[in-house]
Design a binder for this molecule. Sequence first.
Ligand code: 6MZ
Length: 351
Amino acid sequence: MNIDTFCRQLPKLSSCQELHAHLNGSLSRFTMLELQRYLADNGMADKSNVFLDEFQIGAGDTRNLSDCFQVFNIAHALTSTKKTLSMATALTIKEFEDDGCCYIELRSTPRTTPHMTMSEYVETIVQTMRKETADMTIISCLIISINRSSTHEDANIIADVAIEYHTKYPDTVVGIELSGNPAVGKFQNFLPALDRARKAGLKVTLHCGEICNQQEVIEMLNFKPDRIGHGVCIHPLFGGNDATWELLCKSQIPVEICLTSNVNTKSTQDYNSHHFKELYNAKVPVVICTDDKGVFATSLSQEYRICAETFGIEQSKLARLSLSACNYIFAEDKRKILSDTMLNFINKYEL
Ligand code: 6MZ
């Protein structure tokens, strides 16, 4: 099998997992058109009046990381009702399944809209995952996001909602995370809310080192999250220093790698110089993810293929990369079933 065929089959035949996908950044053009149509047909044309063409930040786009935080408003306008939020959740999970993904931890930031409270926002996604997508083969879970630009009070309300829903649906609401524009807000302000959620049983992942801030990277790694996202500016070559790099290597905290997101937002110069290479060679645990497949025009199978081609990772190693990711999923009870599927795949193809 050549590498291209293999990468297209890997997720289809194995237990490929998506562990870093923001719901409102993952909407495809098809999904957005469906939401627009629903809103227009139901007398809410004002909400559907958004410029879809500005949503995608493809290769060579002149916009950078901080500009990219504007485009989420486009998706947010479309997912402000319970019905369209539910449609967005179901259609996005289906697209991941069609791409061969067997397990997804979708993440989203609870918002108060004219049609929903924060609790209703979470309730809508949870019920969609538990009912609407129940007949799919993909397993879906939710990570609740706290945006770095939110107030201390809002962060605490979100932690309360996360704890409430984790208590009610522990197999669906599995984690909490910190995301949003990394140039805004301070990690320390969100630490109490995150710590409270962790003590209530939620796993924690943090966007860490998406821009250079060595002090914050150290604070985050010392907090010992279960995973971190991006981890761009940790190695000394990419704006980290010896202390941040040593701390990461020693901690063995898994890093959610988002290749195309980092390249398209210019956090990384190009694929070849992506820090994946340093992490992989240093045996820091890594998981290939998409981040915002709608915004960055990608898919999970495409990210695996780009990784294999850029870094010359042969098929057996790529399969083992996917196998090792089973250990880092937040739904601990699903780890064995996913890794058994992956092992069968490895044995079947004698990898
Ligand atoms: C940091 C990001 C992000 O939560 O409304 N988000 N945060 N870095 C990134 N790298 C590109 N991509 C997305 O999905 C959209 C939200 O996810 C976060 C931002 O807070 C964005 O508003 P939800 O479903």
